[in-house]
Structure formats: structure tokens, C-alpha cells
Write a protein that binds this ligand. Sequence first.
Ligand code: SOE
Length: 396
Amino acid sequence: MPGKTCNVALLGTKFMGRAHSNAYLKVAKFFEPPVAPVMHTVAARNEAELRQFAARWGWKHCTTSWKEAVANPEVDLVDIVTPNNVHAEHAIGALEAGKHVACEKPLADTLAHARQMAEAAAKARGKTFVWYNYRRCPAIAFAHQLCREGRLGRIYQVRGCYLQDWAGPETPLMWRFQGEVAGSGALGDLCAHTIDTVRFITGDEVSEVIGAAMETVIRQRKILETSGGEISGRGAATSTRTGPSTVDDIVLFVARMGSGALATFEATRLATGYKNSNRLEIHGDKGAIRFNFERMNELDLYDATLPEKLQGWSTINVTNGNAQHPYAGAWWPVAHVLGYEHSFINQTADILTVLGGKEPVVPLPDFADAYKVQRVLHAVTESSRNRTPVKLSDIK
Ligand code: SOE
């Protein structure tokens, strides 16, 4: 890393572009990363939107050519927030250009693309990172630490469910509903987070998908055409045309973990009434944890090693810097809580820490690690399609 700065090129704008831009802007205000980010270039296809985005967030340069951004010798880190089906092209191009690469989740739309990314990363000079940002909600990072300390003991059972309700019949045919772009629906968009979080906290891997069901409930969605004829994700319908949604709105599966624990996973964008309820429960012989992102600063802990008369669920507000709660020392006094955007700022601090040759607060997923999640996504899809169990040992 030349000097103590890292020139960042962001590929893509929209929701994750905003979350990442905000993180680059804020990180050095709250952390002392060994390498400071420079918001060097942002690339996107729609020039008018791109210029407005660059000006609003303070990106120095903008280009409609991702290849130009990736080839720029001044760029050190390429950050990919484009749709899933171009993650591989963008990431492999950046790795071959000698860059470090950060990529939004899931790693890719398909197992084949994800494998190409992992193989390219294994040969490349640059480091790789994947934005499984929920690892950096302090309560989840704390659960990781507790589990690794042995506080839960032998894990019996895991229960993860990620519930949203924004994908009803009125939601247009965005790229997230086009299988050839997204790869999958609730599975890759939401369940990928849960699978990664379970792996992260327990240190265990899914060894078998025992059974899975994936459902496309809403099969036709309105096509919103922008002036450029693109399919937009928002605004009033400009046509009565509809197109096929080819992804899962709901996914459920039962899995066996390598330790022998049984796990149930659920992800849906049709859970009427739930907006972003990313929940996890892990039960062991010494204790249990409960997490719900809608109360993201809190972790519920059950200590089964206490005398029975003292046992009960305790709710820990994981914001106490004096107690060395992860990331808490960088933020506000205890109980002055954090939000969604802080998970991205915490991750940006860890990425810059690793680029500076130091250790992150908790492990960061690279392409090889995120490929393990993609193998589970593929196993779920195969199990649902064929209505059979799928062992992960059968998936390269
Ligand atoms: C939409 O489902 C979404 O933005 C996901 O893509 C994100 O990964 C999740 O953090 C919030 O919901």
C-alpha cells in the first residue's frame, strides 16, 4: 500500500453504494485505521445518476467504464456493489489488474462464477473481502467470541430466519427477481447472511442439506422501464407489461452441521409484517444465544452453567467499551446504540486494518471463505430442485 492511503474505486451505486460510501466517509472519524481510504473513483452505467452520486458522496472521479476504473494504476482497492451476475467479471478483472477486491454478498450468482472468483483470488497478489456485514453488528461479533470461548458448549441446534416483506405483488421486476442476474432470490439475498453468520459464530460448516423447499410465489411482476428502457426498481409503472420472476420468494431448509448439530434456515421477502428481522438462535449444552437485528445492539444469553435457581435469559446491551464489547470503544458511551450503517463502517475499519498488515477485530470473510457459503446455496438449490438430500462433500 503506497504511503498510508488506499485509493478506492467503487463499482456500482444504489443502496450498497450509499452504505459503502458512507462507511469510507466515516471510518477514519471513529477508528484509527493504519491505512486511510481515499474515495478516488466511482463507476456506474447511468452517467446522470453517477455524476449526482459522486458529487453527493464526494467521490473524486467518476466513469461509466468499470474497466477504466479497474485499470487505473492509482486505484488500490476495487469495491464491487453491482448485481450478482457481474461480480465475477468485475472481481477477476480487478484481481488480474493487481488490485485488492471487496465484493458485496453473495459472492456470485452461480457456483461456477463463485469458483472462478475463488480460484482467481488464490493466484492473485491482492487481498479479497466479502461484505457479510452482519458479522460486524457488535452483538454478533460478541456471540462469535462467546461461542469460541466455549460459553455455549457443544452445539445441539441452530435456528436462523431472515424475514422481510418488501417483495409483494406491487414490487416490480427488479434485477433481484431475474434469475439470470441474481442467481436466486431470498436464498442468496438473505439466507446467505444467515448461513455465513451461523458459520462465523459456531466455527462449524454445513455438511448436508437434508431437505429444502424454494417457492416463487409471485410469478409475474410489473416491468418499470426508465427513459433508457432499463428495468428500474422504483417509481411508477410506465407500462402494463409484466415479466416472469424466476427466483425464490421463500426458502426453507434443514441442514446437518459438521459437528452433528441440526439447523433450520428460513428466508423470505413475503413475511408480511417483518421489515428486516434477521434472527438467530443457537442452543448448546452450556448455554444459548438469541439475536434479532430489529434489536441489533442486544444479545440474549442463557447461561446453563449457573445454579438452576439463577438461570434465565439475560439481555446484554453490546455497546460497552469498558467491557471491551467488540467495536464499542470506537463509538458512543454504553447504551447509546448503533445502527445498520455501523456494521459497514466497522467492516471498512477491519478491511483497512488488514490492508495495513494488522489483524481485524473478528475474522473477515475472503473469497475462499465466501465460496463455502456459495456451496451451501448451490446445495439448497439442488436439494429443492431434486427433492433429495445433498451432501456438501459432493459439491466441489
Ligand atoms: C434486501 O433484501 C437487503 O438489502 C439485502 O440485500 C441486504 O443484504 C440486507 O442487509 C438488507 O436487505
